[in-house]
Design a protein around this ligand. Structure first.
Ligand code: GLA
Length: 331
């Protein structure tokens, strides 16, 4: 491996934590790179509801515990992801026998899930995504349709934060979403959170997922989003960052390696994003990349199944890319 003088965590130690999403498998395969470069971990999947409580009252923490053990052994911190979501949540949560669960039953299950999960995972957690992605992408409705919403009603979002605070008063509670820098969605997220805060709901921060690309979103929009969320007086975290080499509508599948042009453009984008994060670092507590390297990342299957993407700071052999160099060698 090329000798690297600078690492992400060292380069940013005066600004914010630098995190990465992992699984027990990626820790086994890429653990060396991960422990060397990062000081915060997020479980990519294994702390989601279907993983930790597949059946009512049956909590399965083995895989998640491997990640926590790795974090502790390597002096890393963790952000928990995620307690309430419309995806990767088992069917039983919304059922009562053959019928739909009642509001009281769904609320009770939500609370119990948080009590057990947030008490099991305490150190070294500094934040939890209490609710993931409740805002509607389109239309005038603030909230998307989901079983949580149809069973409990719109106040399920507030209830989730209240239960989370009761379960663990010491950890920071986050609202997390994607397309967070697009003006229409940004304004909806802002409106929902402001409304919750006006009602006294306990919330500490906004998670900007930051699944970004070579063209979109614009730097101006990202800046405006950071300023708008920060104006609520909340802390921000960049929670799932990657920089796809394909625009969302680009369905091409002919590439077996990224073009030089793509890699240069990506390096320019990463450079600009991190310089923005430094500029706003008084509001930003951590920046998490959604994979360690191009060897494996979820964009290999989204939005085009089986199409390789190269969105991260390290390449398919875990070697630093130009994007990495620019991120660590700022002036
Ligand atoms: C969303 C979720 C993440 C993950 C990604 C895709 O952003 O918050 O947990 O599922 O999609 O990997």
């Amino acid at each position: 491996m090329t000798k690297q003088l600078l690492t992400l965590k060292d380069a940013y130690k005066d600004y914010f934590k630098v995190g990465v999403a992992v699984s027990p498998e990626t820790l086994e395969r890429d653990g060396e790179l991960i422990s060397k470069q990062f000081n915060s971990l997020t479980a990519e999947n294994v702390m989601k509801p279907e993983e930790v409580q597949p059946e009512e009252g049956v909590f399965t923490f083995e895989k998640a515990d491997k990640i926590v053990d790795f974090a502790k052994a390597n002096d890393m911190t963790m952000r928990g992801h995620t307690l309430v979501w419309h995806n990767q949540t088992p069917e039983w949560v919304f059922k009562d026998g053959d019928k739909s669960a009642s509001r009281d039953l769904a609320l009770d299950r939500m609370k119990k899930h948080m009590d057990v999960v947030m008490n099991h995972f305490k150190t070294p957690f500094y934040a939890w995504d209490v609710i993931n992605e409740v805002i509607a992408d389109e239309g005038n409705d603030l909230l998307r349709e989901s079983p949580w919403r149809s069973i409990i009603g719109d106040d399920y979002v507030q209830k989730a934060f209240e239960f989370a605070r009761q379960a663990n008063p010491d950890v920071a509670l986050y609202y997390n979403d994607y397309n967070e820098s697009h003006p229409a969605k940004r304004d909806k997220i802002f409106t929902m959170i402001k409304d919750m805060m006006d009602k006294g709901t306990p919330i500490d921060g906004v998670g900007l997922q930051a699944h970004w690309g070579l063209e979109d979103p614009s730097l101006d929009n990202i800046k405006a989003a950071i300023e708008k969320y920060a104006s609520l007086g909340l802390t921000l975290q960049i929670t799932e960052m990657d920089v796809s080499v394909f625009n969302f509508d680009d369905k091409r599948t002919d590439l077996t390696a990224p073009t030089a042009e793509m890699m240069e453009k990506q390096a320019e984008r990463y450079d600009a994003f991190f310089s923005l994060f430094r500029e706003y670092s008084e509001h930003i507590d951590s920046v998490t990349l959604w994979a360690a390297s191009d060897r494996y990342n979820w964009l290999d299957d989204f939005p085009v199944r089986g199409r390789k993407n190269w969105p991260m700071l390290f390449d398919v052999n875990n070697q630093p890319k130009e994007s990495f160099n620019r991120v660590v060698s700022y002036k």
